[in-house]
Each structure stands twice: as structure tokens, then as C-alpha cells.
Design a protein around this ligand. Structure first.
Ligand SMILES: [Zn+2]
Length: 201
């Protein structure tokens, strides 16, 4: 999807209705920075905002995603293309996210199994030590793989300016986190906060 074209179209539609970014933002209960971000082509509106945005601009979702007023003859073809693009992106992110959870679970099971074997089965000390070292290696590799996949699935949302971004591996690993949020510094506004992990736009 052409974000620049969509952004210009949002700006054009907004201006033709004599709305400022602030007025449009108020209608949608979001910040005017978010509107500015869309209009600059840095990100698409999330799915839950598309209908209210289109209602405010008096356009269809199909127009929005095409970045232009779609003529009736083109309507169905464009609608199908737009729908497939959105679904494809969201589906890929979801697959990667599920994969990262699976890698995490398998890592935990492998780690526990190795530790149980090393602790409870009668083995020479050297074998126990090797098993423990292997289990630590498995855990480190598994967590690294799961994190890498988790970063790739979707975006993190800045709680201050709502910027969606993908953090660097280094920042990601250092960030204190819960299951759905992670403490990161926003590349746009520079503030640090608990950023929500979004799989779907
Ligand atoms: Zn920010």
C-alpha cells in the first residue's frame, strides 16, 4: 500500500472539508500528531480508526486505501486488492508472533527436561555439568530466537505520540517488559515509556 499517496489523499480530503489537523484529531479522539504522521506517509491509520476517519472525511475505506477517489467501474477490483493487502500484512505478523511463542515454549520445555535429567538421573558429574551447560545454551539461543521473531511481528506504539516503530535488537533486549508492553524510547518524540506491542495496525 502506498502510504505517501494515502497520506496526501487524507490531507487533501481534510482540507476540502475545511478541517484543521486539530479539528479532525478531536473528532477521532486522537492526537493531531497522529494525523500529521499519516499525512506525511509515515504509517497508516489503524483498522479501528478507518471507518470513523472515512466518515469524517466523507470518503470510503476503499478510497482511503487506494489514496484516491475510486470510480464505480474500478470499485470492486480496487476493493479486493486493498483487502488482500491488509489481510496479508496482518496475517504475516500474526504467523510470526505465534511462531515466536512456540519457540519460547519449546525452549522452556527443552531447558526443564535437560535440568531434570541432569538433576535426577544418576550420571557422572562431568555429564551433569555438560547437560547443564547445554541447557543454558538452549535457553539463551531460544530466547534470542523468540525475541527476534517477536520484534519482526508488528510494531511498538509510543504511549506519548502514538508513533508505531520497530526497536533495535539491543534496545528490545534491554527493555523491561510485560507480556504486551515493553519499555522503549520512541525514535520520533524521544520519550521513554511502556510501548504496547501491536501485531495488527
Ligand atoms: Zn513518541
Amino acid at each position: 500500500m502506498d502510504q505517501i499517496k494515502i497520506g496526501k489523499f487524507i490531507a487533501k480530503s481534510r482540507k476540502s472539508r475545511n478541517l484543521t489537523q486539530k479539528q479532525l484529531a478531536e473528532t477521532l479522539s486522537i492526537s493531531d500528531k497522529t494525523i500529521s504522521k499519516w499525512e506525511c506517509g509515515k504509517g497508516l491509520p489503524e483498522v479501528s480508526l478507518m471507518l470513523p476517519l472515512c466518515a469524517a472525511l466523507d470518503i470510503t475505506v476503499n478510497d482511503l486505501l487506494s489514496g484516491e477517489k475510486v470510480s464505480l467501474t474500478d470499485y470492486q477490483r480496487k476493493a479486493e486488492g486493498n483487502m488482500m493487502n491488509l489481510m496479508k500484512e496482518n496475517e504475516e505478523n500474526r504467523k510470526i508472533f505465534i511462531l515466536s511463542i512456540m519457540v519460547g515454549v519449546i525452549t522452556i520445555i527443552a531447558f526443564c527436561a535437560l535440568i531434570v535429567i541432569a538433576s535426577f538421573i544418576d550420571l557422572p558429574t562431568i555429564v551433569r555439568i555438560i547437560l547443564i551447560l547445554v541447557s543454558v545454551g538452549v535457553a539463551v539461543a531460544g530466547i534470542a530466537a523468540a525475541s527476534m521473531l517477536d520484534i519482526k511481528s508488528g510494531y511498538f506504539e509510543c504511549p506519548h505520540c502514538k508513533e508505531l516503530f520497530v526497536p533495535s535488537m539491543d534496545e528490545y533486549v534491554k527493555g523491561y517488559h510485560t507480556f504486551t508492553r515493553r519499555r522503549l524510547t520512541c525514535p520520533k518524540c524521544g520519550k521513554t515509556g511502556m510501548c504496547k506491542h501491536r501485531i495488527v495496525r
